[in-house]
Design a protein around this ligand. Structure first.
Ligand SMILES: Cc1cc2nc3c(=O)[nH]c(=O)nc-3n(C[C@H](O)[C@H](O)[C@H](O)COP(=O)(O)OP(=O)(O)OC[C@H]3O[C@@H](n4cnc5c(N)ncnc54)[C@H](O)[C@@H]3O)c2cc1C
Length: 378
């Protein structure tokens, strides 16, 4: 059996690509080294922030507008709560990236938002004790996605649309042939016209020849037990807080019941690792550091750590994604380097990858993600 497209890696991006390709009538083979919606890559831990007032760069906003349409459609088609709107509060000094950057994107794209002074933050969201002089941008259209449910929803819909999905199939090698690609696994060799490679933290191995400089970073997620119980955190916005030193933390409402705690994490505070060497143990000093940071911002949250997990970012030097047809190869499409902020884009990345693999182009604005910006040729 030969396929139109082989998708390598069925995590966040690959599962969405497999679905969008199969829905367009492509004969799809998806190959994944682990199990469906596993916890060994970058797409686990129960929740991911979604927001539109994008402080990273306003150029992402059109993609987010389309992603939100597709989040809605995915929720309907899969009959699962793959995302929930809670509102989002982005707190920091007025000139911080979190506040000034979010405001810039909101104004440029005319996104509904409110700016709150420190006293207003305290009165509307009494769990927060921001520093005097801090401000917040409040965005009603922010919330969280459920990563494992999302991956599973895309996998199920892909299969329903006719895709063949193989788990426990590690790709050992892929290469181009005159008419397409050959992909080798321990279980067999497969051929197709096109390959879409979505390797997450395994990009340095699977895409070595591309020369895209990706570093993998260990991140920790903490579920803290609020001192007065989870009730005040149930009807609560997602949040990002930036301190005077420019360090950001983020967190979620209590979404896993009275014993589930409240999830918080540092944004971009990790050590370099590789999928083979990552330290999966969360150490006491790390928990202490998180509780100290939380004690300033959300004193009610400064209770014991119920549970923790590690996860990997796959970072490019400028923290923008890589999404492209291979510049020299018409049969190869890649999506990698999501740099710790890719999940909210999962459905639209699936759509873009389906465009690129079937037509070689996309109407979505993706010039920011061109790998040639990162590859130095000699
Ligand atoms: C702690 C943490 C918090 C985050 N928070 C947010 C957030 O709030 N909002 C947000 O938008 N984003 C967030 N992100 C980022 C987002 O989750 C990632 O950008 C996204 O999940 C990346 O998806 P991916 O498909 O590239 O990687 P993955 O989902 O890891 O998928 C890659 C897949 O490829 C498979 N694979 C690799 N090598 C092979 C091989 N040789 N053969 C077969 N299969 C292979 C892997 O097993 C894996 O399943 C966060 C990430 C982390 C780690």
């Amino acid at each position: 059996m030969t396929y139109d497209v082989i998708v390598i890696g069925l995590g966040g991006m690959g599962s969405a690509a497999a679905y969008h390709l199969a829905a367009r009538g492509q004969r799809v083979l998806g190959l994944e080294k682990f199990t469906p919606a596993h916890d060994k890559g970058s797409s686990h831990g129960g929740s991911r922030i979604i927001r539109q007032s994008y402080f990273e760069d306003p150029a992402y906003v059109p993609l987010l507008l389309r992603a939100y349409e597709l989040w809605d459609r995915l929720a309907l088609d899969s009959a699962r709560e793959v995302y929930r709107m809670t509102g989002g509060v982005f707190i920091g000094p007025p000139d911080s990236l979190t506040v000034a950057g979010s405001l810039r994107a909101s104004r440029q794209w005319d996104l509904p938002h409110e700016v709150l002074e420190d006293a207003e933050i305290r009165s509307r969201f009494p769990n927060f004790t921001p520093n005097p002089g801090d401000v917040a941008l409040f965005e009603a259209k922010a919330g969280f996605a459920r990563p494992e449910l999302t991956v599973q929803a895309h996998l199920d819909l892909a299969e329903k649309a006719g895709a063949t999905l193989r788990f426990g199939h590690e790709v050992l090698e892929w290469s181009e042939t005159s008419g397409g690609v050959t992909v080798r696994t321990a279980e067999g060799t497969f051929t197709a016209g096109q390959v879409v490679i979505c390797p997450g933290a395994w990009a340095p191995q699977l895409l070595a020849e591309f020369g895209i400089p990706i570093t993998v970073e260990r991140q920790v997620l903490y579920w803290l037990d609020p001192v007065g119980g989870t009730a005040p955190f149930v009807d609560h916005p997602i949040f990002i807080d930036e301190n005077d030193a420019g360090a950001q933390i983020y967190g979620f409402p209590a979404i896993d019941g009275p014993r589930g705690g409240v999830k918080v994490a540092f944004f971009r505070k990790g050590v370099e690792c590789s999928p083979d060497t990552i330290d999966r143990t969360v150490h006491d000093h790390e928990i202490r550091e998180m509780r100290e940071r939380v004690a300033d911002l959300l004193p009610a949250l400064d209770g014991p750590c119920l549970h923790s997990a590690t996860c990997m970012y796959a970072n490019t030097p400028d923290q923008h994604f890589v999404i492209a047809r291979h510049p020299e190869s018409a049969n190869v499409t890649v999506a990698c380097g999501f740099s710790g902020h890719g999940f909210k884009f999962v459905p639209v990345v699936g759509e873009i990858l389906a465009d690129l693999a079937t037509t070689g182009a996309t109407a979505h604005p993706i010039s920011l993600f061109d790998p040639r910006r990162l590859v130095t040729t000699t």
